[in-house]
Design a protein around this ligand. Structure first.
Ligand SMILES: Cc1cc2nc3c(=O)[nH]c(=O)nc-3n(C[C@H](O)[C@H](O)[C@H](O)COP(=O)(O)OP(=O)(O)OC[C@H]3O[C@@H](n4cnc5c(N)ncnc54)[C@H](O)[C@@H]3O)c2cc1C
Ligand code: FES
Length: 267
């Protein structure tokens, strides 16, 4: 199966081809009761995937693929961390090690990172996984603020620490780390930031964008939208962005994003 399209953003009209590929599930574990951690081996895809990009996963018995962010790249494997939300992710969670999973990857525009800049990475809930590969690029220049509902929902802390990042964890109910939302520690350290990157629920992103704007810190946000094709062909994932003249236009989260400048988004 393959998707073809022309990409008007590039000089001339370049024909891009998205091939679906079978990748062997080489490792899987549960991070919580409902969150799964998969590694899919594919040397070629692993070598070209950038932080903040995503894959479209084929779920047996389902027509529409499910978008999952790249959590990390480990040697020749793509790491995906996903939560069971509905039927598709439930079926996916039953895949056994050694079986193949069919993906289209890498997709979308990821984070633009400068490893020399002090960057604050903020993840909320299942928005935390894509920040790992991204924060790893900045190592000691990365401060990571991860927010979760409660202690039982906390994931990937050791991974962020191993990546050399400064890690701050918040929980809504105070059962672990700082009691409160991610914006609380952000307010205390935002003055040291040269860049902010965030992924999580829209209200969280909206608040972070406002704080970044007030302080004049550039901010990139990874948006979630229901998707169908995942490659800009179906118009299913439209998001309103500012047109620069006081109005709005629509862009595709799958093709133009999922990462956007926070100033561009029409919140
Ligand atoms: C670019 C992108 C990256 C993503 N990365 C991850 C990731 O790394 N890990 C992860 O766990 N999930 C991620 N998601 C969300 C994931 O795609 C959905 O949870 C999944 O498609 C749900 O499929 P399902 O068949 O299990 O659920 P469905 O039966 O399709 O839906 C179940 C519930 O989930 C909600 N839902 C479905 N799709 C989305 C969506 N795209 N955004 C918000 N809510 C949704 C539905 O409204 C419904 O309430 C990402 C989504 C996008 C667009
Ligand atoms: S999902 Fe089809 S255009 Fe984005």
């Amino acid at each position: 199966m393959c998707y073809n399209k022309t990409d008007d953003n590039m000089k001339g009209r370049i024909f891009l081809k998205y091939d679906a590929q079978d990748c062997k599930l080489v490792f899987s574990q549960n991070l919580t009761d409902t969150i799964y951690d998969f590694r899919l081996r594919n040397k070629e895809l692993a070598s070209i995937t950038k932080p903040g990009q995503f894959v479209q996963v084929l779920v047996p018995g389902k027509t529409l693929r499910r978008p999952i962010s790249v959590c990390d790249i480990e040697d020749d494997a793509i790491r995906l961390v996903f939560e069971v939300r509905g039927e598709g992710t439930e079926i996916l969670s039953h895949t056994k090690t050694g079986e193949n999973i069919n993906i289209i990857a890498p997709l979308g525009k990821g984070f633009e990172l400068d490893p020399t800049k002090k960057t604050i990475f903020i993840g909320g809930g299942i928005g935390v996984p894509p920040m790992l590969y991204s924060a790893r690029q900045c190592g000691a220049n990365a401060t990571v603020i991860n927010g979760f509902r409660n202690k039982d929902a906390v994931i990937l802390s050791e991974d962020f620490e191993k990546a050399g990042c400064r890690l701050i964890v918040t929980t809504d109910d105070g059962s672990f780390g700082i009691h409160g939302f991610v914006t609380q520690p952000l307010a205390e350290i935002i003055d040291e930031a040269e860049m902010i990157c965030a992924c999580g629920p829209t209200p969280m992103l909206r608040n972070i964008a406002k704080m970044a704007e007030e302080k004049g810190v550039p901010c990139q946000v990874s948006l979630e939208q229901r998707m169908a094709c995942g490659v800009g062909a179906c118009l299913g994932c439209a998001v309103a962005v500012k047109d620069g003249n006081g109005g709005t236009v629509y862009k595709h989260v799958c093709k133009d994003g999922p990462v956007f400048s926070s100033e561009e988004v029409a919140w």
